[in-house]
Every structure is written in structure tokens, then in C-alpha cells.
Write a protein that binds this ligand. Sequence first.
Ligand code: ZN
Ligand code: ZN
Length: 449
Amino acid sequence: MNKFIAVKVGKGDSFYLENMEVSFLVDGGASKNQLPTLLSSASISNDVDILVCTHSDEDHVNGLIGYFENSKKCQEVWLPGSWMSRLEDMLDRPKDFIRELYENIDDLDENFLLDSANTLEEMGDIISQRSNFSDKKKDDNSNIIPPTLPYKNEEMKFKIESLQDESSYIKPKENKEESEESEESEESEESEESEESEESEESEESEESLKNKKLYSQDNLSQFINEANFATVPFIYRKTSHQINSSKRDDIFKSSINATKKILQLATLAYNSGATVRWFEYSETESGGGMKYFKPVNSIEIFKAKKRLALEFLCLTKANVESLVFYACNEDDTAGVLFCADSNFSFQQPLNFLSNCQNLVVTAPHHGAEANKIVYQKLAPYIPLNTIFVRSDTRQSKNKKKPRPCVDYRNLIYSKYCTICYGQEIKQNIILNYRTGGWSPDKTTDCIC
Ligand SMILES: [Zn+2]
Ligand SMILES: [Zn+2]
């Protein structure tokens, strides 16, 4: 029997699936400490085999951090590949990373900040579209991706190039001695780095280590957090050339640091739990890796990531466009689940694999938001009429400007279930069991949105 549960996390997404003898938890909702209790409320008492994180938004990632902080274990953790780009830099040299981030934000074009950039998420969507447009650049031999946001200073282009030399150090720390040394003398470490040669050999070793070994101690993480706390001096009080947009730059800096913390927390906890960490990088055209019965739709499994500028890397981890979509199915494709995360399905990979599925569950893209309504049109030609839509969301006040779910979602002809329906108080776990013939709800009430 297969089982699907949308956990009533209150805010955000957390979906549990038992499929072909393997259990999955896709995202963990916004509440960090309550997840274990919520899981038991849905009768999920055993440890989950595989944890999947679709992107670094708090309403998806927090619960997964809580999962580990409550000493729960899993076999594997699947993380967004975009996180890998600067993971080691953030942990090994937090000061340099934060300085780079500050410089990136400081150098952002004024008009860009005025017109288009409000949040990391929005900037992430802009970067994602631009870099996919020039996707071929990724195939050259360089280890870095050129900047895509507009910077005032031409120097920024050179900065990313110097970064390449600077970061030839990608070998993870493996013994105690080494990590003690580096804490003592950050400066001498830097000068040694430039002398390192045989880069290709090292990167191969690094690939192996990233995949299988536990990388970092809790110390690396607290070191970053200390540096970050120290660095949160607002732009307004710094000597900069900007007269305008200081507070906006401040906001971007603060949310960048917050995003960094989430990423580091989850990655560090995952490695230290002993789980195997696997990375899935968003792609607009290709997909690959994963498991036979649980596959990435808009991403490829990677073992090494190219470097991006600090700011751009962080924006991408928040981009809704790049949130990861997965498809699970059983042996004869009679019971499928499409996990849409917050994606707007702007990727090009064909969706015709869905036509083979006879009984399908689809999680509502971005909690049923208006901005993602195009997904319903894209799916319609491929999904069976008995498809079930499942939506998890936060409780909403009646006077919200853009209420969720949007009209397009409400007008869908398929069966629908919500963890909390619009304007309602009651939360429920959505439980769907698959037995021969189809998915059937268990103690779960229909959507009244
Ligand atoms: Zn979300
Ligand atoms: Zn509803």
C-alpha cells in the first residue's frame, strides 16, 4: 500500500510519502520545533528514509532543520544543488564570504534597486531567467559563472575572476589538526592557498567527500553565525557612496544572512547526522539522477557546483522559479505523486510522463497562489480526470489582498483537499491511501475554498 500525507504544518509545505517500501518527507513547513509532534499527529512515528528540500524558503526548510535538531535520523537528504556553490566558502572562510556579500550588495545598481529588486526571491527569479538564457556559458572550462545582476562598478566582473584563484581550496577538512590550525591563523591560511596546485586532483577528492563524508562540525556553523552577527551593521551607518537605497540594501543584506544561516544549518545537520547528502541543481532543460521511483523533474543530480558571486548564489537559493519539482510513482505507474513546490513550471522539460499515470496526486504549486496559476494549464493536457489536488497553507485572514487559493485553483474540476481552507480555522492532516483502483482519502474532509 502507498500512503500520502500532507502534514498540517500550519504554514508552508510538508508532504510525506510511502512509495515502493521507501518513505520520503518533502519539505518541513515553517515551524522548526513542532515538526516531530506534527508528524506523530499524522501517525508518522518512525524515522523517514529520505528527506527532500525543494528550496530555502523558511516555510519549507525550517521543519527539516527541526527534524534533525530533535535527533531524528534519515538515510539520505536531498538538497538544492544551488546551495553547494559556496557552501565550503561560507564555512571555511565566513569573514571573506560576508565581506564579498556586502560588496556585492553595496555595488548593486541604484535604478535596479529602485525598479525591480525588492526581495532576494525576486532577484533570484531574475538571475534564474538570465542565466538560463546564457546557459551555454556554463559548459566552458571555467569554474565560475559570470555575474548576472547589474553592478555599478565594472570591477565586479573581475572580482568573480579573482575569486576563482582565491577558492582553489575546495578540499574539505578531514582531520582535527587541520581545523585547529585554520582557526588560529586565518591569514597564513590564505597565503598558502595560492600555492596549492594540482587542482583537478583535489576537486575529485572533494566530490567524493561532499557525497559521502560528514564535512563540518557545529563549530564551523557557530563561527559563521558569530561573524554574521558581528557584520550586521546597517548600510546607513557605513561610509558608502550611496545616498539612496541604504535601507533597501540593509534589508537585502539581512535576508541574505538569514538565508545563509538556514542553508548552513540544514547542510551541517544533515552531514553530521551521518546521512548521505545528495544535490539536485535546477535546470531549465534537463533532468536526471534520483531514484527509479522518485525522480527529479526540473533538476539534475550533481557532485560539484560552479561558483557564483555571494549575493547571486543566495538569491538563487530563494528563487521560486528554481524550487525543485519531483515525481514519484509505483512499479506500474498506477499511483503517482507530483510534488510542485513553489515552482511556476517555466522549465522546458516535457510533462508527458504524467500521461502514463492512472491515479495521480498533485501538490498545489506555491500553496495555490495566483502567480503560479499557469501551472494548471500546463498540467491539464497530461493529468487524468481523477487527479487529486492537495494544498497546504497558512491560516488566512478574510481581508488578505491576494487570497489563496486563487480563482483558477478553486475552479479546477479535480478533487481537492486543503490542510486549512481559506478563511477557516480547522487544520487537518490530508491522508490518502492507495489500494488497487486508486487513491482514497482517510478521515479527510473535502476542500470548501
Ligand atoms: Zn512556499
Ligand atoms: Zn480548500
